[in-house]
Design a binder for this molecule. Sequence first.
Ligand code: UD1
Length: 371
Amino acid sequence: MKIINIVGARPNLMKIAPLMEAYADYPDIESILVHTGQHYDDRMSDLFFHQLGIPEPDINLEVGSGSHAAQTAEIMKAFEPVVLEQRPDVVLVVGDVNSTIACGLVAVKLGVKLAHVEAGLRSFDRTMPEEINRILTDAISDFLFSSEQSGVDNLLREGVPKEKIFLVGNVMIDTLLKYRSKAEASKVLEELGLEPGGYAVLTLHRPSNVDDSSAFERIFNAVEVIQRDMPVVFPIHPRTRKNMEGSPLADRMHEARNLRVIEPAGYLEFLKLMSSARLVLTDSGGIQEETTILNVPCLTLRENTERPITVKLGTSRLVGSNTERILSAYKDIMAGRIRRQGTPELWDGKAASRIVRILVEGRSLSGRRTT
Ligand code: UD1
């Protein structure tokens, strides 16, 4: 059984790592790793391969950045000859980035079965590029692997046959549980002069927050207040850095003495930073899940989430980009009023092995129709 696995952007890497490991238990599986090159900076890609022990990609499409249409189209053009040459039984995509839908479309149009890991998540906000990618990828997938029950419910509501849907748990949490103790040994707190439990972590990269200067300003107004109480570490995403350069807020950011803007962190360093933080402020999807397991309060700087379990059971609270809401939730955290209610079902470190077993057992489904 030949499986082509796709990575493109940073959050794909911690999802693919446990799958690459799980394939090793099946000598009959030939797994090929394709990197689209959507993310290409060392700190957004290579560092994660190294820290997570992901094998070098067999093929790198080196597509790089571009508008949505250009990036998606370039990935499709570059991936099609790979599928034609390799003739895989399954193409496996993870998450909701442009690489996910681009490679998914190529696969199904060549008659190759498509597996989607993290299927069914819905923010119900179609202004998010990721929501479009999620809906379209799920509509064409043959194996839909969901990380939480809401994903299964959404897919059933959309008319996906239940035989195609599998609740398997969360591959990102597989990686977190595996590397948690290694991350503990990181010296990042000492290097940044931080005390465990005595600082906040901030990440921001959603276009709705960082391409819109008024939203960024509203968030920053709250961060400015919080950093008077404790250091705020801000590993800055390349999109955010670009938008900040030359913006009127850049000066205010420099003046905020306790705001520590640092380069994008490695996986282990970031895991250590999160696990020892007093709180995390983020617009990332994955970090809502990771803080749930780490039991660290998380203020989600979005109006909605495709991961409702993190709000229901975890420590995530939706606060949007509204200064007052952020500060009011911050006060709740400081008063100990945000706590975890439980652990999501199957977030136990075994999601990848469940997925691979299902792919192997579903082999009869995977008739090869590549022309
Ligand atoms: C992408 C995903 C988003 C995901 C995020 C994680 C899509 C539509 N968006 O957003 O869902 O949450 O990755 O990080 O797929 N850049 C660099 N170096 C890099 C990569 C990007 O400098 O290695 C800069 C470029 O200027 C680029 C910009 O960042 O234009 C945005 O990159 P892109 O991949 O288009 O989207 P992200 O914002 O990273």
